[in-house]
Design a protein around this ligand. Sequence first.
Ligand code: FDP
Length: 341
Amino acid sequence: MDHEADAYRTDLMTITRFVLNEQSKYPESRGDFTILLSHIVLGCKFVCTAVNKAGLAKLIGLAGETNVQGEEQKKLDVLSNEVFVKALVSSGRTCILVSEEDEEATFVERSKRGRYCVVFDPLDGSSNIDCGVSIGTIFGIYMVKDDHEPTLDDVLQPGKHMLAAGYCMYGSSCTLVLSTGEGVNGFTLDPSLGEFILTHPDIKIPKKGKIYSVNEGNAKNWDAPTAKYVEKCKFPKDGSSPKSLRYIGSMVADVHRTLLYGGIFLYPADKKSPNGKLRVLYEVFPMSFLMEQAGGQAFTGKQRALDLIPEKIHERSPIFLGSYDDVEEIKELYAAEVKGK
Ligand code: FDP
């Protein structure tokens, strides 16, 4: 990228302009999605500012703690959840919200109701907050088909029914990655403008990567295909070079790197957690949607991740996602295991 030229760019593609351009392809569209997205973007900007200030403002304490002024502090993830719930409800475009922070789904009151269902993790990777490691917001969007009274079944849908998905990473810069089902685009927040600017158009994941990303501390409890795959990454028998291991332990950051550099991110099942750790609706689905839209794959160990039909809103699933060829290898190992039985 030519940074000098970039500093003088006068034709900036903001995320709103980008989505309005997309919307103009559909003359019947009433702009509801653009309005919904602008409320998500507002939530991301708020959380970004709060994350940046967290160390200074001591926002990182436990919920219920008091600060030096004696005011009650809200934990950053609790605060982020409140911001997103309020922004989404006030958009007037949502009917059901499922948040990682809330045990029950929120059904929006009739007067403020729209047709979109938003599933989200307002601040994923929260165990990393206190040490300043990148964290993020993940979201997926469904739409109810007709004017029926919304029920949980409207969100207990396979990921392939999502209309859009994305994440915002709060790292050295604040980056929002979005797919509305026609490829993947990345936008970086320009703090001086307060706008997300298109910086990563049409992201395509490399077909094969050189990095694997997994919590190897769980290795003793892995099943055979996962163990074999990781062994192959470290000791390839086909003459190729071993892969590098990178694991941040913050899904948004690990997936973002995987999307840009290629490779594979895995959070497999193990003996202690037969369904893995990551949540289907607001972690596995949105990230799988983005991976497929960028030309990669996402697999649960049994099936294409986006085909999964969740039965509960906080359900978990094992996940293997990333470069097409790398995920293909793990699929082959699981297929061989089933055949061998
Ligand atoms: P965290 O526990 O910090 O909230 O789902 C949550 C998550 O982070 C993901 O962001 C991350 O990929 C994963 O858990 C890390 O889990 P391990 O610590 O078990 O590796």
